[in-house]
Design a protein around this ligand. Sequence first.
Ligand code: ARG
Length: 570
Amino acid sequence: MNLYKYVSDEINKKLGFEAKLETPKNRDFGDFSTNAAMVGAKLAGKNPRELANEIMPKLQELDFIENVSVAGPGFINIKIKDDFIFQNANAPKPIKAEKPLIIDMDYGAYNVAKSLHIGHLRTSIVGDTLNRIFRFVGHKPISYNHMGDWGRSMGLVIAWFQKLHPDWPFFKEDFDINGDYSKYTVSSKELNTYYPSAAALAKQDEAFMEKARIITAELQHGHPGYTALYNMYMPISLESMNETIKKLNILPFDNDLGEKNAAKYEEEVEKILREKNLIEKSDGAEVIVVKKASDTAPMPPMMFRNSRGACPYDATDIMAIYYRKITDNPNKIIYLTDSRQSLHFEQLFRVAELADLFPIENLEHIGYGTINGKDGKPFKTRDGNAAELNDIYDMVNEAVRVRIAESKKNLDEETINSIALAALKFNDLMHDLSSDYIFEPNSVTSFEGKTGPYILYTAVRLNSVLKRAGADIVKPEKFDLSVEERNLLIEIMDFEHMILSAYENRATDMVANYAYDLCQLINNFYHNCPILRDDIDDKTKAGRLYIAKLAFNTLATAIDLMGLKIPNEM
Ligand code: ARG
């Protein structure tokens, strides 16, 4: 049961108007408090405290209410009956949405021939959890790994191939598309260095940059040699991406359709834009002006076609909206990237509106902050380079191994990997998305405090009690609750309210914080309410086991939403 919603609806029904229910942090005075007396006093032109005295007896008539009391200027505290709590608490189940929405989710969005780096951590982890949350609350997310597989970066990669292997057939005038080129290949490790190396060179060497621009345009226009080369390295890059995705335990993407796929719709989209007179010439390029008279901040135009005739990142994003509209016809499209791309999405959404491609109110960009090192600057590895995602994973994994060795535990590989993953992901999820956070491999792997390993440890320990208890766990008809049991059940009954708010607010930190609070309550329960000890009578044992099972299932649901795995032992 969603306790918050139940109590709120019943109170509003009883009083005949909408009041707001609050959940106080400290539950000593009540489980909830309502501003009903204040709202009612305003409606009736009365004094709130006076009205509270009229409202209280009415609320007292509700059969789930134990008692009510007034506080402050007229807040009414409400305490719920223990038996009501015990009877109605249940483990979370997926929710049916009143109106299920098709939601295209654009996250991950990795780049070909460039390994995943720290900037992809949040889009992957948070994107995956949002996807799971959306499903849980009854919507239909369709995930897109909108790959960087078509823009300037491809020209740079091909130019780099040419620099290393000028004699390869792909670069010859007389390239024969029917030839066998299977011996021309590259390892994924090597390939991942191509884009960064080429980009660095292009920064200093304008001739090389110009060459990359030309190659990009030629590739986009079907140059046979470049196309064959592209088709050779593309699957190699995808494979290494998929390895990292698997390691992170994120759901497989529904689509790997990125920039290249979108670019197929260039003609159709151009026609729409031209009909609306949206394309303008500018220094040999073609752009779309999105500035409004009311803008105070700079609002540059969007690039539709660059001066070499290539279709840039901006343009493929416009085409991707068109593609999604004609295929999924989604209710919403949500993008998850670093907040530094906010301007790009603002421009894009304006184009969608101007061209009538998609309702602007259903386009959403979620921008996230940077992951910093202890010095407050973007996290770098010891050698001063931007950290790759694999390096970060390895760092955390190593820190977990050190801790486990220190505590003389003997855990298998799979368990160690689950703990490392939990350390990394939970730390990412628990922070407010829009702010930066400091990443410190040692603290995130602690088994105590607000960490992933602490969450897993709590789950493993509770599960081992349930396993030891063995027999079927049946709900007793009646059970007297201790404070710890009561607090734990109320938290369990708050799951649905929490997950709906997490959905509304696109706030994965709500799930992480909930999991942590739940663990605190589980541990209080664990320490104060022994279950399998010899001196515990059967009735108490049955009630506690039942509560333990609900708590475990609730925690396991939260853990699953965060894309973590509970090990067998820890
Ligand atoms: N590939 C881009 C990057 O790594 C992110 C793409 C985000 N999605 C989009 N539709 N623009 O920066």
